[in-house]
Ligand binder design. Structure first.
Ligand SMILES: Nc1ncnc2c1ncn2[C@@H]1O[C@H](COP(=O)(O)OP(=O)(O)OP(=O)(O)O)[C@@H](O)[C@H]1O
Length: 294
């Protein structure tokens, strides 16, 4: 056995919108085999990536590469927190929020080449009701959209925007009680997003000022929304201007508690997680090593 650093690729065979590229063949071609040893494993079921990543961390791998979308990234990253093993990403989803935030190349060959020359950094992570997230979590409309999106056959930005425009008319804000930085706030809530990274994915910037290493969550509260405001907010999200929009308010904090009269939908990294009427959202400073471009 060589003494080279070892990396494990975990490929989710069902993720992604693109045609079935032979990722293993590309790895053979573009990974620097003089610098890195590697193995490749495929997930057989939802949740499998978490087990495969935990085994690699226990075996002191240098890095585990999540090959998939933010769902796969989440499953891998949750096992690597507080270990010496770094998360790397070959982005293959439709949104790729964490990869985009970390400026990891979206093109497969370039993303593989980056592994040869990348550097290790550390980032924060969050939990919502003890469920880990690395980009964003949220309650209200964005969780509702993630639930509809999960059942939709098509993917990508166009589907997202069409869904938002269609569903915004039917969705109603709900009253919530929020505790942020020892202050209580009673408010309507259309969306409350808890951002570790700046974007949901697809360059939709829900919290353009979020810093993934500052030990703080950026909370974006949108109290009420109608179709006209929604179009304006969508434009602001895609042009990184949401922090200046009138209908979005921001708070920075390490933890937040939300209570609702009626159960509300929530998501973590865009994966719909169900409904709850109490939410505890926390930030874990610099919990995860990541392999990013030098
Ligand atoms: N072998 C498998 N069979 C079925 N589901 C799987 C398998 N491996 C992983 N999954 C599940 O696939 C889900 C979607 O993965 P992921 O988010 O990476 O891709 P995606 O949905 O195509 O990307 P995006 O969310 O960006 O659209 C994850 O929740 C994961 O649990």
């Amino acid at each position: 056995m060589s003494n080279l650093p070892r990396i494990r690729f975990i490929i989710n065979p069902v993720s992604g919108t693109r045609s079935k590229v032979d990722v293993a063949a590309r790895i053979k071609l573009y990974l620097d085999h003089k610098k890195l040893d590697h193995d490749i494993v495929y997930t057989d079921y939802a949740g499998h990536a978490t087990e495969l990543a935990a085994a690699a961390a226990a075996d002191n791998y240098y890095a585990v590469v999540a090959v998939g979308g933010d769902g796969t990234v989440n499953e891998v990253a949750r096992s690597l927190q507080y270990t010496n093993t770094a998360l790397a990403i070959l982005p293959k989803g439709s949104g790729n929020g964490l990869a985009r935030h970390l400026q990891i190349p979206l093109q497969l060959n370039n993303a593989i080449k980056m592994l040869n020359t990348g550097q290790i950094s550390q980032i924060d992570s969050g939990t919502i009701n003890d469920m880990p997230f690395f980009t964003t979590a949220g309650i209200g409309f964005d969780a509702y959209i993630s639930s509809v999106f999960a059942g939709s056959k098509s993917r990508g930005l166009k589907t997202y925007v069409e869904l938002i425009v269609k569903e915004v008319r039917n969705y109603r804000h709900l009253p919530v009680k929020v505790w942020i930085n020892d202050k209580e706030l009673v408010t309507d809530c259309f969306v409350m997003a808890f951002a570790n990274a700046a974007q949901y994915g697809n360059n939709a910037y829900i919290a353009p000022l979020a810093d993934i290493r500052d030990g703080l969550l950026d909370i974006c509260l949108i109290r009420q929304l109608d179709v006209v405001k929604a179009l304006n907010l969508s434009y602001c999200m895609l042009t990184k201007q949401l922090a200046n929009a009138q209908s979005a308010e921001y708070f920075k904090t390490t933890q937040v508690r939300v209570e609702t009269e009626q159960p509300m939908m929530f998501h973590a990294d865009g994966e719909y997680k169900g409904k709850a009427s109490q939410f505890d959202v926390k930030l874990n400073p610099l919990a995860l090593k990541v392999l990013i471009p030098s």
